[in-house]
Design a protein around this ligand. Structure first.
Ligand SMILES: Nc1ncnc2c1ncn2[C@@H]1O[C@H](COP(=O)(O)OP(=O)(O)OP(=O)(O)O)[C@@H](O)[C@H]1O
Length: 221
């Protein structure tokens, strides 16, 4: 039986004097595909940063598998995070990024080669393997970011606007990857301004609004 892996109770985040997230409560169940939606500036990235443990300055309660998220060590937290803006080691080529990140995640050489080859092929990155990130188009930067995030073995994928800047073939490829991840039992928490891209995958919606009003909906597909 499925159980909530995240329980948020009156989660609150202020930025200076500004209330960004105001007493938000929700549950997220194992193997759910959660679509986080809301207009610009309503706090989606802020919430994803909190869930990803990149931001610990909040109040209220957020539990992961029954334990307060603030008490969980990052290295014991089985998530992968795809941020909305690229983060690269500027001196490393695309290939060096993928190799470095595979080894950082403890993938064995052969396993790493196999997974990297799959993602490089799926996202058509072969001709860019020896490029530096600064030499890539924005869409190809995004694809490298996706590859880096997907190389990790995770239980929860947190993805902030992962479809941004992708061409239509890559949008389709990412949809397929997300479908496979969902079928294999992963929990996915994702934001995108294009709901069409994830249609058919969504189990639960969490909507952030500018006012104090907020809503959580379950929509089994
Ligand atoms: N570094 C910061 N300092 C002050 N305020 C910030 C900072 N980062 C974000 N905010 C504020 O927090 C609010 C939420 O921003 P956030 O980026 O989480 O929204 P979002 O829903 O992800 O927006 P978008 O859809 O445009 O990506 C915004 O009103 C923004 O002005």
């Amino acid at each position: 039986m499925s159980f909530p892996i995240y329980i948020a109770t009156e989660l609150t985040k202020k930025s200076g004097n500004k209330m960004v997230i105001d007493k938000l409560s929700f549950e997220i169940y194992e193997n759910e595909f959660v679509y986080l939606k809301g207009a610009n500036g309503t706090g989606k990235t802020t919430l994803l940063n909190i869930i990803a443990k990149l931001d610990n300055l909040w109040s209220g309660e957020l539990k992961f598998k029954g334990i307060s998220l603030k008490k969980i060590k990052l290295h014991n937290y089985p998530i992968s995070y795809i941020p909305d803006a690229p983060i690269f080691y500027e001196g490393l080529t695309v290939k060096e990024h993928l190799n470095f990140i595979s080894s950082m995640y403890g993938l064995k050489d052969e396993e790493a080669r196999e997974i990297v080859n799959i993602y490089v092929s799926v996202f058509n990155l072969k001709e860019y393997l020896n490029y530096l990130p600064s030499q890539l188009s924005r869409g190809n930067k995004q694809k490298v970011m996706l590859c880096c995030g997907l190389l990790k073995d995770f239980e929860v994928l947190i993805a902030d606007e992962p479809f941004n800047f992708l061409d239509s073939a890559s949008v389709k490829a990412l949809f397929e990857i997300l479908s496979i991840l969902k079928s294999s039992g992963k929990t996915i928490i994702l934001t995108s301004h294009e709901v069409e891209y994830v249609k058919g995958l969504i189990d639960r919606e969490i909507e952030l609004k500018r006012s104090v009003e907020k809503s959580v909906k379950v929509a089994f597909s």
